[in-house]
Design a protein around this ligand. Structure first.
Ligand code: BG6
Ligand code: MG
Length: 216
C-alpha cells in the first residue's frame, strides 16, 4: 500500500505548546498544594483535559467534587489560553516548516490529529490556520487517545484508508491510538523510544527519508 497522507499530533510535535500545558497545570497544582512534576506531566500527553486533571488529582490529599473538577479544568484552560496568546510562527518546533513543505512537495496530504480543543486557536497563532488539508481535533471526537477516533476521523477527512497514512506522535497514548487504528506510527520526543511505534526519530526532518523509504 502506498503512503499518501501524514497525520501530525499538534502539541509537542508541531509546536512547543506541550511546555505551556505543563506551566498551566503546574500553576493550578501549586495553587491546590498538589505535587506535580515533569514525569507526571508526560502521562498527560495526548489525553483529554479532564483525564489529565484526574491524573494530577491522584496526588491530591482529598477528594474533589465534579463541580470542583470542572472549575479546576476551566481555571487551567484559562491560564493556558493566556499563554497561547503569546504564540507566534517562531514557536513551531525545529525543522517543522521545512519538513511540512518537503512532504507537501512530494505530494502527501497533511492533517492534524490532536486531542486539543484549542487546536484552531493554536494553528491560527502559528500561521497554519489554512495550511493543513484536514484538521481532526478535540472538538470532533468523543474518545480521547489512546482511542483511535481522532486519527480515523483525520484519515476520513483526507478520504484515505488508515493503511495509507502515517501518524507522527510525541505521546505513548498517541502511538497506541495509531496502532489501534491500523496506522504506521512515528514516535518523536518522549515517544521516540516507544517500542510500540513503527519508527522512532530524533528530529522531525527525518520524516522525509522515512516516507521515501516506505514508498520506494
Ligand atoms: C493534547 C495534549 O494535545 O491535548 C494533552 O497532549 C491535553 O496534554 C489535550 O490535555 C487536551 O488539550 P486542551 O487544549 O483541549 O485542553
Ligand atoms: Mg502531543
Amino acid at each position: 500500500m502506498k503512503l499518501k497522507g501524514i497525520i501530525f499530533d499538534l502539541d509537542g510535535v508541531i509546536v512547543s505548546t506541550d511546555e505551556l500545558h505543563y506551566i498551566a497545570w503546574k500553576r493550578m497544582a501549586d495553587d491546590e498544594g498538589i505535587y506535580f512534576d515533569r514525569k507526571i506531566n508526560d502521562r498527560l500527553r495526548g489525553v483529554s483535559r479532564m483525564q489529565s486533571l484526574e491524573i494530577i488529582l491522584e496526588r491530591a490529599a482529598r477528594e474533589y467534587s465534579s463541580e470542583e473538577k470542572t472549575s479546576l479544568a476551566e481555571k487551567k484552560n484559562g491560564l493556558y489560553r493566556e499563554l497561547l496568546n503569546t504564540l507566534t510562527p517562531r514557536d513551531r518546533l525545529n525543522g517543522v516548516t521545512e519538513t511540512l513543505d518537503n512532504l507537501r512537495k512530494r505530494g502527501f496530504l497533511l492533517a492534524i490529529g490532536s486531542s486539543s480543543r484549542n487546536t484552531p486557536l493554536i494553528l491560527e497563532k502559528i500561521g497554519y490556520g489554512d495550511y493543513f488539508d484536514a484538521v481532526s481535533d478535540g472538538n470532533n471526537i468523543t474518545h480521547s487517545k489512546p482511542h483511535p477516533e481522532v486519527f480515523l476521523k483525520a484519515a476520513q477527512f483526507l478520504e484515505l484508508e488508515p493503511s495509507e497514512c502515517l501518524v507522527v506522535e510525541d505521546a505513548e497514548a498517541g502511538i497506541d491510538a495509531a496502532r489501534a487504528g491500523g496506522f504506521i506510527s512515528v514516535g518523536i520526543g518522549p515517544a521516540a523510544f516507544c517500542e510500540r511505534a513503527t519508527y522512532g526519530i530524533k528530529n522531525i526532518t527525518e520524516l522525509v527519508s522515512i516516507t521515501d523509504f516506505i514508498n520506494c
